[in-house]
Design a protein around this ligand. Structure first.
Ligand code: SAM
Length: 287
């Protein structure tokens, strides 16, 4: 088996297949040999588990998942990598490579068809940066029967996705992630771990999917309130909600007061529970 962390081996393999890196597709391949085994080891991959991988590249993480899990389905958009993967994964009988755009895949169907019970399912990926948030939100909002998403993302994205609601780093996406999962930053990965090296560092995070939401709330009202609250971060919460939800300021102030939220509060100071209470209070006013 070729050593897929050796830069000489990778260059020879890619040039033989006439491949050149696409910046647009976020193609930075891992060459630090410690990262993929560590990531796979923390990803829930194991006996009785099926793994979905997004963006296998040349298959360096895929091989680690294949060695641990019962079955791996890897989704790669770049057609040019299919022949490369055919070569690098030739010894991995439990891997299937799908040529598709992960943003367009019907994951509920994929899981039904590829991972029959009693297989448990989890996902691991070194994500192309341009699909990080839309893909993670798609996976979370679809309420898929997944145990965990273990993904490598840009360091700043990791901090935002895993930020604790009520802290300065929190944004609308932090609250959504926290609603659907229990997120944690596992370890950092320096830019020098990739070929070619990107201009920023990365981090591996794991989103442990919740079976039940942490608060009881009408999701439409909750996420409309969260989106409006963070849509104008410089404004106070009352003003941001007023313009975002097109409601009278007096009504919003009434609702905030009823929830014990100070009138001068800003979106990032609210916990998920406070957003739940506020969206409940505002719900009758939302059309
Ligand atoms: N897993 C490999 C590694 O760690 O070295 C490659 C990771 S590279 C950051 C991202 C991979 O995702 C590339 O192989 C790229 O072609 C693929 N990709 C980009 N956009 C995609 C999409 N929408 N759906 C599926 N794969 C995509």
């Amino acid at each position: 088996m070729q050593n897929l962390s050796n830069i000489g081996v990778i260059r020879e393999l890619l040039s033989r297949h006439g491949f050149s890196f696409s910046k647009q597709l976020g193609q930075n391949f891992l060459v630090n040999p410690t990262v993929c085994p560590r990531m796979a080891g923390l990803s829930h991959a194991g006996p009785g588990v099926g793994m979905i991988e997004i963006g296998p590249g040349i298959g360096v993480l895929t091989r680690e998942l294949s060695a641990r899990a019962d079955r791996v389905v890897a989704i790669e958009l770049d057609e040019r990598l299919l022949a490369v993967l055919g070569e690098t994964l030739s010894g991995c009988q439990n891997v299937k490579v799908l040529h598709a755009d992960a943003l367009k895949v019907d994951f509920a169907r994929l899981i039904r068809e590829e991972f029959p019970p009693p297989l448990r399912v989890a996902l691991a990926a070194n994500l192309p940066y341009y699909i990080t948030s839309p893909l993670i939100m798609k996976l979370l909002e679809s309420r898929l029967p997944l145990e965990a998403l273990t993904v490598m993302v840009q360091k700043e994205a990791a901090e935002r996705l895993c930020a604790v609601p009520g802290s300065r780093a929190a944004g609308a996406v932090s609250l959504a992630v926290r609603y659907y999962s229990e997120p944690e930053i596992l370890f950092g990965v320096s830019r020098g771990s990739f070929l070619p090296a990107p201009s920023v560092d990365s981090a591996v995070i794991r989103l442990n999917i919740r079976r039940e939401p942490p608060i009881l709330a009408d999701e439409g009202a909750l996420f409309a309130t969260i989106r409006a609250a963070f849509s104008q971060r410089r404004k106070t919460l009352g003003n941001a909600l007023g313009s975002g939800l097109r409601l009278e300021k007096a009504k919003i102030q009434e609702a905030m007061a009823a929830c014990g939220i100070p009138l001068e509060a800003r979106a990032e100071s609210l916990t998920l529970e406070q957003f739940g209470a506020l969206s409940d209070a505002l719900r009758p006013l939302l059309s």
